[in-house]
Structures are given as structure tokens and as C-alpha cells.
Design a protein around this ligand. Structure first.
Ligand code: FES
Length: 117
């Protein structure tokens, strides 16, 4: 796996995940769910905060993924669980560079989220 000094890791070829699909990848020992939704990439910890359900196998709609096991729903961009509006899943910056998808394994900072507001 390729790494850049800033903590970015090449995860896969972009065509490995079709639009509106997701897949799990192990990056530096962490299991990451990578989502391709509405022309954006989202990287989240792969296991649901409830009982460890596989989020990459969940249903995605309107920027949220619904866990396939008991239906907890999370915002892809923030990791917030929608019912309690609490961030329960870690998210990571993800982007496509050419034909590859990269993620940065440092968790997204709340300051970064705020800078987009
Ligand atoms: S394990 Fe995800 S909702 Fe229960």
C-alpha cells in the first residue's frame, strides 16, 4: 500500500467501488468502509458502534448509511448517528486522485468540519 508523508494512503483503484456502492479495506491494520455516494468518497470505521455490524454492507441514501443489522443510521460525512445526533463513528478524509482513491488516516478534526460551515 502506498503512503505519503502526510498520512495519506492509497486504498484502491477508483473503479474498484462502483457509484452508490461501498467496500471494506484494511489500511494500516484498520478496517475502513469506503463509500462512493453522489460522486463523493467517504471513509468511515467499518464497524457499527452498536454491535459491530458491517457498515459497508448497509443501505446508503441521502448522505447516510443504515447499518444492516439493526438499522442505526450514520451521516457519511460526519459519522454522526442520526437519532441521537452524536458522532459515534470515526471518519477520515477521502479523495480520488487520478484513477486511485486515497484516505488520510488521521481522524477528521472537528475544526476541519467547522471550517466548511
Ligand atoms: S450493529 Fe449496527 S445497528 Fe446494531
Amino acid at each position: 500500500m502506498n503512503q505519503q508523508p502526510s498520512g495519506w494512503y492509497r486504498v484502491c483503484d477508483a473503479d474498484a467501488v462502483a457509484e452508490e456502492q461501498a467496500a471494506e479495506f484494511v489500511v494500516e491494520g484498520q478496517v475502513i468502509a469506503l463509500f462512493r455516494h453522489q460522486q463523493q468518497w467517504y471513509a468511515l470505521d467499518a464497524m457499527c458502534a452498536h454491535q459491530g455490524g458491517p457498515l459497508a454492507k448497509g443501505t446508503v441514501a441521502h448522505g447516510c448509511v443504515t447499518c444492516p443489522w439493526h438499522g442505526w443510521q450514520y451521516e457519511l460525512a460526519s459519522g454522526r448517528q442520526t437519532i441521537h445526533n452524536q458522532k459515534l463513528i470515526e471518519t477520515y478524509p477521502a479523495e480520488q486522485r487520478g484513477e486511485a482513491v486515497w484516505i488520510q488516516l488521521q481522524p477528521a478534526q472537528s475544526e476541519t468540519e467547522n471550517s466548511h460551515e
